[in-house]
Design a protein around this ligand. Structure first.
Ligand SMILES: *Cc1c(COP(=O)(O)O)cnc(C)c1O
Length: 393
């Protein structure tokens, strides 16, 4: 086997992440590698913390990127905040809630699940009931933006309920960060984690996290050591904290250049403007999708702008549809997961991918492929509808 350099094909990424990475971010990652304790690098780390505080809308001092993907951000929250025997209420309405439950149980905690149908937001009343019947619960965990279904839950209300019952909260904001309103301080989220490759449009592999004072106190008051050496925030803080930096692990230097650039771009655009852009592009896509006669999985009002779950029309082989989009249009969209496999497609409008160029490209490609597949859809109407919606919104 003769192996030469790998040159990836150029794709348009409109799935559940990663999203299209802008040239500026790619260029940043190609800059020279320096040492992870180099003063120049350390001052860039401080800027990243500052920029992440802006993105999360928080003043939390413990706001850093964990050196690993979003799933490691999830693990960092559970590993540090849950001690063996602790009871955790986990709201499950999709794939990532199930993973939270796994995290609790593998760490020796006791998970009590509050279940909602996939495609529905977390029901605050069910959480209230669970907390009344589990007075010894210490933590409530839920997913703000369920990427597996395209549903948004009401983080502010869920956190209020949890706090009223004396619980801390762990919130998955992997898909919400940078894409739809998220206000860590205003909503009093205690521990929150995200990912670099969704609405921040950075390369995958970093997990921004933020912990408030209450969460930090809980970590400091632990009776047992955090079972993960790598994710133990007491140790990580020795590197990412203020003052003198000590070696903990070698930071992914070039990946962090990329995150820095992506966050600078977010700052330039303005967070509110980024949220508004995601919403506007969602409304344009929605107009096109509905003009074709296709339907959304999630009811209006609970939909995420950045993740659009669309029901596959009658008689269409969903895997074949995605394969044709990839082969003929270099366009990646996502499949349904679990019980929704084969039933929905997931169209991401995340970060840099949330553009009119992508909306029009996706609608055009869908119309053309679905038309050729003889699906029961209207053709020749979607792009016009999207254009009108974009002008109106
Ligand atoms: C993508 C995602 C994750 C996991 O992030 P990875 O970077 O793939 O590890 C967790 N939660 C949600 C809601 C996600 O969308």
């Amino acid at each position: 086997m003769k192996v030469t350099s790998f040159t990836p094909p150029v794709r348009t990424l409109m799935g559940p992440g990663p999203s299209d990475v802008p040239a500026r971010v790619l260029a940043a990652m190609a800059r020279p590698t320096i040492g992870h304790l180099d003063p120049a690098f350390v001052s860039m780390m401080d800027e990243i913390k500052h920029l992440l505080q802006y993105a999360f809308q928080t003043k939390n001092a413990l706001t850093i990127p964990v050196s690993a993907p979003g799933s490691a951000g999830m693990e960092a929250c559970f590993a540090n905040l849950v001690e063996p025997g602790d009871k955790v209420i986990v709201c499950v309405n999709g794939v990532f809630g199930v993973r939270m439950q796994e995290n609790v149980e593998r760490g020796g905690g006791v998970a009590v699940t509050v279940e909602d149908a996939w495609g529905e937001p977390v029901d605050p009343d069910k959480l209230e009931v669970a907390l009344r019947t589990n007075r010894d619960a210490k933590i409530v965990a839920f997913v703000h933006a369920e990427t597996s279904t395209g549903v948004q839950s009401d983080a502010k209300t869920l956190v209020e309920i949890a706090h009223r019952h004396g619980c801390l909260t762990i919130v998955d904001a992997v898909t919400s960060l940078g894409g739809s309103p998220l206000a860590v301080d205003e909503w009093s989220l205690d521990a929150v984690y995200a990912g670099s490759q969704k609405c921040l449009s950075c390369a995958p592999g970093l997990a921004p996290v933020s912990f408030n004072e209450r969460a930090v106190e809980r970590i400091k008051a632990r009776k047992t050591k955090v079972q993960s050496w790598f994710l133990d925030l007491n140790l990580v803080m020795g590197y990412w904290g203020g003052g003198k930096r000590a070696y903990h692990h070698t930071a992914p230097i070039n990946a962090l250049y990329g995150l820095h650039e992506a966050l600078v771009m977010l700052r330039e655009e303005g967070l509110e403007n980024a949220w508004a852009r995601h919403r506007r592009m969602h409304l344009a896509l929605r107009a096109g999708i509905e003009a074709m006669g296709l339907k959304f999985l999630v009811r209006e009002g609970a939909r995420l702008p950045q993740l659009n779950a669309v029901l596959v029309p009658e008689g269409v082989d969903e895997a074949q549809l995605r394969q044709r989009l990839l082969e003929e249009y270099h366009l990646e969209i996502g499949a349904g997961l679990g019980a929704l496999a084969g039933k929905i497609i997931r169209i991401g409008l995340m970060g840099h991918s949330a553009s009119m160029k992508n909306v029009m490209y996706c609608l055009g490609a869908l119309e053309s492929v679905l038309g050729e597949m003889r699906a029961p859809v209207q053709t020749g109407v979607a792009m016009n509808a999207a254009q009108n919606a974009a002008v109106l919104n």
